[in-house]
Design a protein around this ligand. Structure first.
Ligand SMILES: *Cc1c(COP(=O)(O)O)cnc(C)c1O
Length: 375
């Protein structure tokens, strides 16, 4: 007796955790700075922490009212009907629901390369296939309709990430609309706005009003600092509303998650501080890092460390295929107590992604990284 053939399935590679790294290096977790997973450097909204405490005592009940309350508040915020809000166990859970609601066995989804790994994973879980469109580093990873449509061939879902992980680039709303216009009637365009709060541009939710072929993904993991409670949601076309009840897990978002989410939505101060500090940190990194960076619309910055290392130490790039310059830099930074994301698993072995920390954390990361690059 064995599981089915899972050889085409890949394992999600998360950024490394503080406890894990501290144990391995024999360091105090308090001395480590973790800028590897785009988490909120200020932690959760204090209001959410309070709500989680208060909810602890009623954790024995299935969530019902809280789920409805949160759905309604989000519907209100976006000007859609509550049935158009699909809560899930993180944004990842919502991706599963969208795959379940669309894919017949063998249907394809179109995903960005480089890009967020879970799009393809979720499609494969649901017996779908995966095709890629390619973002060109030579063109600064620009996101436009031509790039996506060049590789489109009737896929059931087209995944757009805006702002994009790991590059920080974004699609103009016109480009999203063009893609939705140019793709077939059976294609759903899913716009992942996990980092949507970190820039001022309009949300693709505007398009959900007018069309039946665009859905938007949002999460509480990033700006609200609730990655650990697992809460995200989709905003789907009106025509799709009924499908949710047919594809979701009973009680898709936990009581604790829903109460925390409701509290976080009301905590504008925490969200504002988070967004402002991220904007500061991006500018700081562009200006002070001794490595090329790409301008970002999110709470992280992609930096190219390959070329810098190659010129100072040609062995780095020749060493072996498995350890590119980014993993060497990330390892050395880690020994110095700063954890960043080696982008090898994104297919960018010459790049690292640095999450925007607090001002102190960001300054320390930049100064350690510059030392690593110059040594
Ligand atoms: C973080 C992230 C998500 C959602 O993460 P959850 O924690 O599951 O809500 C979705 N897409 C991208 C590109 C992300 O970086």
């Amino acid at each position: 007796m064995e599981p089915r053939d899972l050889s085409s399935h890949t394992v999600y590679q998360a950024g490394r955790g503080i406890e894990e790294v501290a144990r391995e290096l024999g360091l105090d977790p308090d001395d480590l700075v973790k800028l590897a997973s785009n988490e909120n450097p200020f932690g959760p909204s204090p209001a959410a922490v309070e709500a989680i405490r208060e909810t602890a005592a009623s954790a024995s009940s299935y969530p019902k009212a809280s789920h409805a309350d949160l759905t309604e508040e989000l519907a209100d915020e976006w000007g859609v009907s509550p049935a158009q809000i699909w809560l899930g166990n993180g944004g990842d859970g919502v991706l599963d629901y969208l795959a379940r609601a669309t894919l017949e066995p063998g249907d394809e989804v179109l995903v960005p390369d480089p890009g967020f790994a879970y799009y393809g994973m979720s499609a494969r879980f649901h017996h779908g296939e995966v095709a890629e469109y390619h973002l060109s580093k030579d063109e600064g990873f620009a996101l436009n309709s031509e790039t996506v449509l060049a590789d489109y061939s009737g896929q059931r879902i087209v995944h757009l990430t805006s702002p994009h992980n790991p590059t920080g680039k974004r699609f103009e709303l016109d480009a999203v609309e063009e893609i939705a216009d140019e793709t077939g009637d059976d294609t759903l365009v899913v716009v992942d706005e996990a980092y949507g709060e970190f820039h001022d541009g309009p949300s693709a939710v505007e398009l959900v009003d007018e069309r039946d072929d665009v859905a938007v993904l949002r999460t509480f993991s990033k700006v609200h600092g609730l990655a650990g409670v697992r809460l995200g949601y989709g905003v789907v076309p009106e025509e799709w509303a009924d499908a949710y009840a047919r594809v979701n897990t009973p009680f898709a978002a936990s009581e604790i998650a829903c109460r925390a989410g409701l509290a976080a939505l009301d905590d504008d101060d925490h969200a504002e501080k988070t967004v402002e500090t991220a904007a500061w940190a991006r500018e700081y990194m562009y200006e002070h890092l001794d490595a090329p960076t790409w301008e970002s619309n999110a709470n992280f910055v992609l930096a190219e460390v390959g070329d810098v290392l190659e010129s100072s130490d040609s062995r780095a790039s020749q060493n072996s295929e498995s350890s590119g310059p980014a993993s060497e830099v990330a390892d050395e930074l880690q020994r110095r107590g700063v954890i960043v994301r080696d982008c090898s698993s994104f297919g960018l072995p010459e790049c690292i992604r640095i999450t925007c920390g607090t001002k102190d954390e960001t300054r320390r990361a930049v100064s350690e990284l510059n030392e690593v690059l110059s040594s």
